[in-house]
Design a protein around this ligand. Structure first.
Ligand code: FAD
Length: 179
């Protein structure tokens, strides 16, 4: 194994915003749409694309989304106290572009409801969450959600890596959990 060492110079190692983006973009992730609503109709729904999503705890069931303070979604989650997470399948790139502010034609948005929470039809996973805590963290806010309901399906995930969408080829096999 070879280890690459960077010259120990402050400019080379500085954690500036562009270098943070470049470095952390090398952590491959799935892509989600975070949704929230203050009523039972489509007009009350707000959605946005997010990959800063992680599981936090199995018992109790907790997850976390990190939302930019300037995003409209941040204020909406604080108002509604709930959110949904739809983990996108690989054919749902148009949805991720749409909910990142680049509306698509034809309109790819179809919501399904799990209780009071809207989610995206065709996703691999649906989580319906109640906000348990919201922690300011720099220019983002971490919203920890208690998972009240979940649903999942088999399929190929959409992947985000170094600023672009990728596909991951997976082969069906028994799920080897146990760690
Ligand atoms: P807007 O920009 O107003 O809305 C987002 C888009 O969704 C708009 O085009 C709007 O028309 C559409 N939309 C909203 N609600 C509906 C609805 N009910 N029906 C139809 N369309 C609707 N930002 C983060 O803060 N955290 C992240 O983890 C994160 N990860 C990202 C990952 C990827 C791969 C990408 C591409 C972007 C990511 N972003 C993330 C950026 C974020 O998605 C955008 O900044 C987004 O535009 C912020 O949304 P907003 O809440 O400010 O609302």
């Amino acid at each position: 194994m070879s280890i690459v060492t960077a010259p120990d110079h402050p400019d080379t190692l500085a954690a500036t915003p562009p270098r943070m983006r470049q470095a952390l973009g090398r952590f491959a992730s799935g892509v989600t749409i975070v949704t929230t609503a203050d009523g039972p109709d489509k007009a009350s729904v707000h959605g946005m694309t997010a990959n800063a999503f992680t599981s936090v705890s199995l018992n109790p069931p907790l997850v976390l989304v990190s939302i930019a303070n300037r995003a409209r979604m941040n204020a909406r989650i604080l108002e509604t106290g709930s959110y949904g997470v739809s983990v996108l399948a690989r054919d749902q790139e148009p949805l991720s572009l749409h909910f990142a502010g680049a509306p698509q034609d034809p309109d790819p948005v179809r919501f399904v409801w799990r209780g009071d929470v809207p989610l995206l039809d065709g996703a691999l996973v649906h989580l319906a969450c109640t906000v348990q805590a919201s922690h300011p963290a720099g220019d983002h806010t971490l919203h920890i959600g208690h998972v009240d309901r979940l649903w999942y399906d088999h399929g190929q995930p959409l992947v985000f890596y170094t600023g672009s969408f990728q596909w991951l080829e997976t082969t069906p096999q028994p799920e080897p959990w146990g760690f």
